[in-house]
Write a new protein. Structure first.
Length: 175
């Protein structure tokens, strides 16, 4: 009597291949980030962002470029004025965010980081704050429901990226 072993030999190989493919699959968050990254212009960076502040600022610029007020508001660490602020920011900076944007990161960024966005199109400048929220994840302070406040140019920021101490790592100066 002949035994059929072809299926038995094939089954373990299929299980191993399936496990390998499942191990290589990205979770939804990672896949969304990769898709966003591939669909948008690269963000130019000056200074020393943390991983969390960089990812948050990238997402903010992408949401601006897409005109996605809901997505931008979802990045808020406090939802009190998030919707109104997101609408203000998209209206003021959305078109410019589709072109080149430079993010100038200030301070050391372990729990919060001030960032100045320089929009090449129109020469607009916007100060934002990325920080860790109560849930432990990075987000934005979206607390500018007044359109004039939301579009005001920061009076302390240099006219071009990298014009002040943004290039420091947060370490005390040598000397």
């Amino acid at each position: 009597m002949a035994r059929k072993t072809g299926f038995i030999r094939f089954a373990p190989a299929a299980v191993v291949a399936g496990a390998l493919l499942a191990g290589c699959a990205s979770d939804d968050k990672s896949l969304t980030y990769q898709t966003d990254y591939g669909n948008h212009r690269p963000l130019r960076i000056v200074g020393y962002p943390s991983t969390g502040s960089l990812e948050t600022v990238q997402k903010a610029v992408w949401r601006l470029a897409d005109g996605d007020t809901d997505g931008l508001a979802a990045l808020a660490v406090d939802g009190k004025h998030a919707d109104a602020t997101a609408r203000n920011w998209v209206k003021a900076f959305g078109a410019a965010a589709k072109e080149d944007v430079t993010a100038d990161f200030y301070d050391e960024g372990s729990v919060r980081q001030v960032v100045v966005l320089y929009f090449t199109k129109g020469g607009r400048i916007k100060e934002i704050e990325a920080r860790i929220g109560e849930d432990g994840s990075w987000g934005l302070t979206l607390d500018e429901p007044d359109p004039a406040e939301a579009t005001a140019k920061p009076d302390w920021a240099p006219p071009k990226p990298g014009g002040t101490s943004s290039r420091t790592s947060g370490a005390p100066p040598e000397g």
